[in-house]
Ligand binder design. Structure first.
Ligand SMILES: N[C@@H](CCC(=O)N[C@@H](CS)C(=O)NCC(=O)O)C(=O)O
Length: 201
């Protein structure tokens, strides 16, 4: 399978999931403004929505949307417990976290990166994101992970969004549980490998 990605962007979440799963995969970078991949393919022929991540399976199936991709990766390796069993309450709770991260955190943070957004809009979004961080910090508590003792695909996604915050002028210091979580996940060999492959460290 092949992951289409942009270094440091939300595709880092499925990238971490693939490494946690121990699945063989290739990667191809996408230049988002031109929609060209590093081998010169028009990315719109792969994902007509024009955004990363996209995962192309060996049979040619294209999977898009980060939440769907990480849940699929987790389903390939149930023994790694990257997601609780489908149909369980644990699974529903994992999906609750994934949707919260995608719609309440990822998309808010994404707006702050958009130079076309007026400053007034950015102030409102920052306030919203701050409240989401307040919630996540309390809900996570001592953790060590969002779902308790076991690292899941939601942790790789939350880590990815937290990685962006300093570039948005948001430091993690006011959220000690999130700061400790970020440091903990950063130490994982899979995360180090993913960040090295994306030349982030
Ligand atoms: N709904 C998508 C959104 C993915 C997304 O926001 N990707 C950003 C990078 S983090 C992107 O490729 N933006 C370029 C674009 O929208 O043209 C998902 O959750 O996977």
């Amino acid at each position: 399978m092949k992951l289409y990605y942009k270094a440091g962007a939300c595709s880092l979440s499925p990238h971490i999931a693939l490494r946690e799963a121990g699945i063989a995969f290739e990667m191809e970078a996408v230049d988002l403004p031109t929609k060209k991949t590093e081998t010169g393919i028009d990315f719109l022929t792969i994902n007509p929505k024009g955004y990363i991540p996209a995962l192309v399976l060996d049979d040619g199936t294209v999977l898009t949307e980060g939440v769907s991709i990480v849940l699929y990766i987790a389903s390939l390796v149930p023994e790694k417990k990257l997601a609780p069993a489908a149909g369980s309450m644990g699974y529903a709770k994992l999906v609750e976290w994934l949707i919260f991260i995608a719609t309440e955190m990822h998309k808010s943070a994404g707006g702050l990166f958009n130079p076309a957004f007026p400053d007034e809009a950015k102030t409102v979004i920052k306030g919203l994101l701050t409240r989401r961080l307040d919630f996540a910090d309390k809900a996570l508590g001592a953790g060590p992970f969002l779902m308790g003792e076991t690292f899941t695909v939601a942790d790789g996604y939350l880590f990815t969004v937290l990685l962006w915050l300093p570039r948005l002028g948001i430091e993690l210091a006011p959220w000690p549980h999130l700061a400790a979580f970020f440091a903990r996940v950063l130490q994982r060999p899979t995360v180090q490998a993913a960040m090295t492959a994306e030349k982030l460290i």
